[in-house]
Design a protein around this ligand. Structure first.
Ligand SMILES: *Cc1c(COP(=O)(O)O)cnc(C)c1O
Length: 373
């Protein structure tokens, strides 16, 4: 096979919106306003309306959204934050950056998200917050998380970097806890052409602190009240995101359709598990992630690579095993097993059916018994 299949192809969506994107970018260049201009304000209002949340506040990245969101929620030195070990490093990094300590709780092996049944035993007198991640675009189990938070007076900060537009029991992800943190890194479901992020909250106090922290800790220019950050969403990125936002639901639907086609194509392939979809959630398939059993992941990934098919392992090392947290001694077998077995396949909103067939044929190799129709 000579075709090269990337894990993500952004070209179709860029080409589809080319003229609108160009005029949005040109509009910003002509306005000469590059920081905190009308597009940022309008984008924040449009996202707030889309999410059904009181405040949406643009920042420079998803990582900054987590850092600023944690600080705005009052988390700081000496505090413990309960989170998942099976995530991108930035989740735990943000906790450490605000001076708090991440406490890792194992995952539910079916959803790959934090297991709410294991949270309560991890709560100590220093615990101040729970930081669930909606991994791969699927909601963490929010009801029990919110119940535990209410019972123990904890804040809930949702890492929604991979799940823009996803839902839990009909509620938009990132609007259930005290703070929702989003990333517009180019490969996310709603991606900018550079870095970008956003904080969503219904809490006026958190919103006010967030707005202050993103501009060097000042409400009034040049009257800085606290140590903050230079963390604004660029005007040009906001203009680009405003062109893309109206399409997010159809793009997420496209990803869901692609996932159903993979489920169907893969159902008779031995030694793999297709993704589990929790009926309480609208999974938006930031990643379509299978498990390859019997220690065969390396072989399968190599076989796909040999045929020009891009795959990724998100994530090969659970966060509690990373060198930076080497001092901690967590034993989290579900996360460790997941890290050894997961494999994410090519997916984007309008991935052609034929490409999915190629991927599955290459993946199954000799083991694929059923002819693909
Ligand atoms: C991408 C991502 C982040 C960080 O977002 P950036 O915009 O790259 O800083 C945080 N958490 C998760 C789960 C992510 O996937």
């Amino acid at each position: 096979m000579s075709v090269k299949i990337p894990i993500l192809d952004l070209k179709p969506e860029i080409e589809f919106l080319w003229d609108d994107l160009m005029s949005a970018i040109q509009g910003v260049l002509k306005s000469g306003q590059f920081i905190m201009g009308p597009n940022v304000k309008a984008f924040e209002e449009e996202v707030a309306a889309y999410l059904g949340v009181k405040h949406a506040i643009g920042v420079n990245s998803g990582t900054d959204a987590l850092v600023i969101g944690l600080r705005a929620a009052g988390i700081g030195p000496g505090d413990e934050v309960i989170t998942t070990p099976f995530t991108f490093f930035a989740t735990a990094e943000a906790v450490s950056l605000v001076g708090a300590t991440p406490v890792f709780v194992d995952i539910d092996p079916q959803t790959f998200n934090i297991d709410p049944n294991l949270i309560e035993t991890a709560i100590t007198p220093r615990t101040r917050a729970i930081l669930p991640v909606h991994l791969y675009g699927q909601a963490a189990d929010m009801d029990p998380i919110m119940e535990l938070a209410a019972k123990h007076n904890l804040k809930v900060i949702e890492d929604t970097a991979q799940a823009f537009g996803g839902e839990y029991k009909g509620k938009k992800l990132g609007t259930i806890g005290d703070v929702g943190c989003f990333s517009f890194f180019p490969s996310k479901n709603l991606g900018a052409f550079g870095d970008g992020g956003l904080i969503a909250t219904n809490d006026d106090q958190i919103a006010e602190t967030t707005r202050m922290l993103r501009v060097h800790g000042s409400k009034q220019k040049y009257y800085n009240e606290t140590i903050g950050y230079n963390s604004r969403l660029d005007e040009i990125q906001a203009a680009i995101l405003r062109v893309k936002l109206p399409h997010i639901d159809e793009w997420n639907e496209g990803r869901r359709r692609a996932a159903r086609r993979y489920n169907d194509l893969l159902k008779d392939v031995p030694s793999i598990f297709i993704p589990y979809e929790d009926p309480n959630t609208k999974h938006v398939y930031h990643q379509y992630t299978i498990r390859v059993l019997d220690g065969k992941r390396g072989v399968v990934q190599q076989r796909l690579a040999d045929q020009g098919i891009g795959t990724m392992v998100y994530y090969p090392v659970p966060v509690h095993k990373l060198p930076v947290y080497a001092g901690s001694n967590f034993s989290l077998p579900a996360a460790e097993n997941a890290a050894a077995e997961v494999l994410s396949l090519p997916i984007w909103p309008d991935i052609p059916h034929e490409i999915q067939v190629c991927v599955v044929q290459a993946l199954a190799g000799q083991a694929f018994r059923k002819p693909i129709t």
